[in-house]
Ligand binder design. Structure first.
Ligand code: SF4
Length: 329
């Protein structure tokens, strides 16, 4: 097939738009959609100046999504003194997995001259995900622990680096899956939180909770397959292996469901997100008015929490206790 724009050989047929695109027009199309999302989300505040720039911390895992996001942001803002980029990699302590993806992060960030910071569960919490998966004191999937630990470190270091925004590489498939899971679980407050935490433009979110560094997902209009193709065509350093502890069974089911729907009804993911965002904006507005639970500080680590100890500190303690019990046997 030929490119609908120039007649060169097409590398992609996007069924949802009907377009065939060659390499050059496909790359431009991805970059254009990411930049439009940044504009529409009002990511760069009007009052950012070269003297008082915004700091954007990017969660860089070495997977295709965060690598593509980092590369496009660097291409877009390298010459813009109103933005400073900091890449932050979380090392979970997973044998044979994270060390290799860390190499991909270094291969990307070093030549581009991006400030790159690495923090680990081992240094921060005295544990590795391999230990957590083995001990499993709460009878949960490994990803349930890992998600709590990762969110804690991203928030902690975004604050430490005085970030104005925390950016992650979630793509259209990730977001449509989360939207569908929230709806199917009937969790309306979660839909409100999803909007205030990372959807919608910053103008719409201005009344949202200020206890956390606000998040943004500039790749959320790009389907996963296109992110992978973009990384491949630009020969970006990525680590594609799957984590040995990957365990989000419900998300996997939703992913399969969405693949089937998209194949039979191209554009399903886009229409889910269009409707969900509009709905989430209304729900967020309503929930903000009602006020949430009282937020305080964790007595152990000082993180924002509704209880005496935050969830991360509770889980860290449970893993250490289980580990000590095994050692004592
Ligand atoms: Fe952590 Fe699960 Fe991701 Fe592995 S797949 S890094 S355990 S969240």
């Amino acid at each position: 097939m030929d490119c609908d724009k120039c007649g060169d050989e097409a590398v992609l047929h996007a069924a949802y738009s009907g377009l065939h695109l060659c390499e050059s027009h496909f790359r431009r199309s991805v970059e254009k959609r990411v930049r439009r999302r940044i504009r529409e989300d009002a990511l760069l505040a009007d009052d950012a100046t070269p003297e008082d720039p915004e700091t954007w911390v990017i969660g860089l895992s070495g997977g295709k999504d965060s690598v593509v996001l980092t590369r496009i942001l660097q291409d877009t803002f390298a010459e813009d003194p109103r933005v400073e980029l900091v890449a932050l990699t979380i090392h979970e302590g997973i044998e044979g997995y994270r060390d290799r993806s860390l190499e991909a992060c270094l291969d990307l960030a070093d030549p581009l001259g991006i400030r790159h910071e690495v923090v680990s569960y081992e240094e921060e919490f005295g544990l590795r995900m391999d230990d957590v998966a083995r001990e499993d004191p709460e009878g949960m999937a490994p990803c349930a622990y890992c998600g709590v630990f990762r969110r804690d470190l991203l928030s902690k270091y975004a604050e430490e680096f005085e970030a104005d925004k925390l950016l992650t590489g979630h793509n259209l498939d990730d977001e449509a899956q989360t939207a569908l899971m929230n709806v199917l679980e009937g969790d309306v407050s979660q839909i409100a939180k999803h909007f205030d935490a990372s959807l919608g433009s910053f103008e719409e979110r201005e009344d949202a909770d200020e206890a956390f560094v606000p998040r943004a997902k500039p790749l959320r209009d790009i389907p996963e397959r296109e992110v992978a193709l973009y990384a491949h065509l630009r020969d970006l350093p990525t680590h594609m292996a799957e984590c040995p502890h990957a365990s989000e069974a419900y998300r996997g089911e939703i992913q399969e469901l969405l693949h089937g729907l998209e194949e039979n009804h191209p554009g399903t993911r886009h229409s889910i997100m269009a409707g969900y965002e509009e709905l989430a904006a209304v729900v967020a507005e309503r929930y903000r008015g009602e006020g949430g639970p009282d937020l305080g500080e964790c007595e152990r680590c000082g993180a924002t929490t509704t209880g005496e100890y935050c969830r991360k500190c509770q889980l860290v303690e449970a893993v250490h206790e289980a580990d000590a019990g095994v050692d004592a046997d």
